[in-house]
Design a protein around this ligand. Sequence first.
Ligand code: VTB
Ligand code: MG
Ligand code: MG
Length: 325
Amino acid sequence: MSGEKGGLDRVLALELARVAERAGVAAARLRGRGDEKAADQAAVDAMRRELGMLSIRGTVVIGEGERDEAPMLYIGEEVGAGDGPAVDIALDPLEGTTLCAKNQPNALAVIALAERGTLLHAPDVYMQKIAIGPGYPAGTIALDATPRDNVHAVAKAKGIDVGEVTACVLDRPRHAALVDELRETGVAIRLIGDGDVAGVIHTTDPEETGIDLYFGIGGAPEGVLAAAALRCIGGQMCARLILDTDEKITRAGRMGVDDPARIYAVEDMAAGDVIFAATGVTDGSLLSGVRFSKDRITTHTLVLRSSSRTVREIRAHHREEGKFD
Ligand code: VTB
Ligand code: MG
Ligand code: MG
């Protein structure tokens, strides 16, 4: 069966949901155990095994690290059964390892699949980001505008007072000045311990999540994954890689980044048809975490497809627990 539009067969959306579910269940089995590494490893193994069953010729472009530092799902690794379309894969089998270890909200198993050559090949460095959901005029936010201007632009576009806007920021010392500037505007700040893929996606449904915009510096891989989601749901994001050493500039250059200061919009990071799936590992404002009961496992997965713009939530009851072994 083929998709009615877009370059990717829509059947892949369900396949991708399975991949996220499997990684999510593996991580959730180790949720709240205080062992980030074990949960991460379980998610990586599970995601890799399930990916191996997909009829794709996939290349990991956003993965667990650069080739010499990650044994599995590293950037450049070929994944899939090798008999289908050539695609780019971006993944983070456990986004928010600390959230999972501490059983705090919004740990996710995340994967995106796109037409070959259409995802930004970002090195594992930091990225400065700002994001809002759909429904705003183009250019409402800008990376080089002040936090005050960005917050006012969002409030104006929404027709509310700045005091009614909520911004999400990673709780890090590097954001002290940003938080101070935001405080002066009167905006509410949701400080999160980890998980800026979830943080950015939260802006797409403020009524549900209470978050209007996302600010700050997080991982570049997470930035590309978030852009893949926004490409499907709608929304705006501006981002810049933080390439503050010659070594990082060279590394990025090898991946095709020729302008270290470039500001990327959603379409620059996810340029083609893309499918995105995220399974909740811990409970969160968008997705419930995995539930284990006597004879079933329940998963909650968000599945997005850019060509149709369908936002699908799949709550699955898995009765055969053995399939996750
Ligand atoms: C960032 C963020 C992620 O880890 O990579 C963060 O993008 C790491 O930041 O969502 P620090 O180096 O300051 O700890 C996450 O929060 C989780 O992977
Ligand atoms: Mg990871
Ligand atoms: Mg991560």
